[in-house]
Design a protein around this ligand. Sequence first.
Ligand code: NI
Length: 192
Amino acid sequence: MKFPILAYGHPLLRKKARNITPDMPGLQQLIDDMFEAMYESNGVGLAAPQIGKSIRLFVIDAEPFADLDEEMTTAQKEKLKGQKVFINAQILEENGKEWDFTEGCLSIPGINEDVSRREKIKISYYDRNFNHHTEEIDGILARVIQHEYDHLEGILFTDHLSSFKKRLLKRKLTNISKGKVNVNYRMKFASK
Ligand code: NI
């Protein structure tokens, strides 16, 4: 994989990402490289800041979740499958009740925790051909989008945890930032 994943503690993960334009050089190649990095690290989503690019771009392929939930309808499963690209995304609304789902992050290996978020979103974005979409999305796909979208705002899923949980995780997070972590994909650490 061409780009290492930035680890927790890297300052770029805390920056608010900027919009891009269709003439950005190398955009299509970058999107392909992001999917490659995501698949090689067994992720279901990857945001550009995680590979050191502070731009509003994230990619998702949530197919692994389709086999996980037995209550899911075929139509819901189909929605999860396939490569999805979100450029200059803006979440316009978040609705419905809050629900817990266990999240993880390629930038925070070895930590998985329940995060509470609203069940539905309305999102405006451009696809990789710069066609504009406004969609209402719910369920697991909404969840993955909310997580990736947070990366564009400099927010990580651990920020959503209770202060008690954060204290419990502090040492693990410090270790990740120092590179003291077992991981089977390439990472870049702020201090090592
Ligand atoms: Ni993440």
